[in-house]
Design a protein around this ligand. Structure first.
Ligand SMILES: Nc1ncnc2c1ncn2[C@@H]1O[C@H](COP(=O)(O)OP(=O)(O)OP(=O)(O)O)[C@@H](O)[C@H]1O
Ligand SMILES: [Mg+2]
Length: 378
């Protein structure tokens, strides 16, 4: 038994675990045939593993069994069946022509709590020569003993564990895919939608200039092309999970300074940057800081109508603190949380939490907005 259990733990594929269980059951309990069926929701079996039947025989038998007869009873009633001759049971409904003749039968439900997730069964206990010939009703009732039933129940429990693990694994894989999708959505929002916004503004500027000042319009159109190329790069980076190249080359402080200068030139609002005493941070934190700063700046310039936006990066009590403050119209942060389509604030909070930091949003209508992100270290 213990070597059977060890063999199971070596397999990762649930089907291999079930095969090992079925083969071990047949060998340990000295039966001619063993099988395990996992029902599906349509009256059939999602999995059906057998041992003691050759491939040729298996093909000759034909399609997988449906849930009927004794199998259905085991799945519905969830109790053990020990029968001297399965063919004489009132629930027996026959089998295909090529099906082997089964006589004595031992079957157990495979359970996860109250739910029956399969049936494990054996047929035709082998007996010492002369005492029994296969397919005929054994002398003195069922060849499988109570002890056999106990042994089989241990294997049934292991089958339950294997099947439950497989389901959990499937569920966690689905969750991982959902997380990945939301990461990508945030990444695209942060990186690409801002570039596209700038691109739109530049294209509008070019359209206004084209009659009046074709030379400048040409310049703006060149910027449109450059921004489109950058957006394409960002898109590629988001998909393969790269961080902004500038961070690796220049670090957070220099990257932020450059971006603020560009925004200051592009918008009527005055945009400033001050850094005070912050050393280099781990790269994940720098990236999170940069993304939060970009979104906060973007929001300030797009929504607030501010005359000033001040970005500061400083060290405070063993922590690095980023602040983006504007003197614009402000808003009520609580009312935004309920609106579905805005990703910026949610994404900033996720990014801060993701690197062990914290985000605070201070704003009220008419009061301007201050976004602060704090991370340990620096
Ligand atoms: N600095 C700010 N000043 C005034 N209002 C703001 C500011 N930042 C955010 N808001 C308000 O909060 C809302 C939500 O912001 P959020 O960044 O989550 O979404 P969004 O900017 O509307 O869309 P996106 O998903 O493209 O970021 C904005 O629509 C705006 O009304
Ligand atoms: Mg936003």
């Amino acid at each position: 038994m213990s070597s059977a259990l060890l063999a199971m733990s070596r397999h990762l594929e649930v089907r291999d675990v079930l095969k090992t269980i079925v083969a071990s059951a047949r060998e340990l309990l000295d039966a001619e045939y063993a099988a395990l069926g996992v029902p599906d929701d349509h009256g059939g079996f999602a999995q059906f593993v057998v041992d003691g039947v050759s491939d040729e025989q298996w093909r000759a038998i034909g399609p997988l069994p449906r849930q009927h007869g004794i199998l259905a009873a085991m799945l519905q009633e969830a109790k053990a069946e020990r029968l001297a001759d399965v063919r004489k049971d009132p629930r027996f409904e026959g089998w295909p022509a090529a099906h082997p003749e089964l006589a004595d039968f031992l079957g157990l439900p495979v359970r996860d709590g109250d739910e029956v997730i399969g049936a494990l069964f054996l047929a035709n206990k082998r007996r010492p020569a002369g005492e029994h010939s296969p397919g005929r009703e054994p002398r003195g009732g069922c060849g499988f003993t109570e002890e056999d039933e106990e042994l089989l129940s241990i294997l049934a429990q292991h089958a339950a564990i294997a099947l439950t693990n497989a389901r959990l694994y499937e569920r966690s894989r689905e969750l991982t895919i959902a997380e990945e999708r939301s990461r990508l959505a945030h990444e695209l929002h942060d990186a690409v939608s801002q570039k596209l916004f700038s691109l739109r503004l530049t294209a509008q500027a070019a359209a206004r200039l084209v009659d009046r000042d074709p030379a400048r319009a040409k310049g703006e159109l060149r910027r449109v092309a450059a921004l489109a190329a950058e957006a394409a790069d960002e898109l590629r980076a988001a998909v393969v999970e790269l961080r902004p190249a500038a961070l690796d080359e220049d670090g957070l402080v220099a990257t932020l300074r450059t971006q603020v200068q560009v925004l200051d030139r592009a918008h009527t609002a005055r945009v400033t940057f001050t850094a005070d005493g912050v050393r280099a941070l781990p790269s994940a934190q720098e990236e999170a800081m940069l993304r939060v700063a970009q979104e906060a700046l973007h929001n300030a310039l797009r929504h607030s109508g501010a005359r000033r936006v001040d970005v500061t990066l400083e060290r405070r009590g063993g922590k690095a603190v980023l602040r983006v403050a504007d003197d614009g119209r402000g808003f009520d942060p609580r009312s935004v949380r309920r609106a579905g389509r805005h990703l910026g604030l949610v994404s900033m909070r996720d990014r801060a939490n993701g690197v062990g930091g914290r985000l605070t949003v201070e704003s009220a209508p008419g009061k301007g907005t201050t976004i602060e992100m704090e991370v340990p270290g620096g």
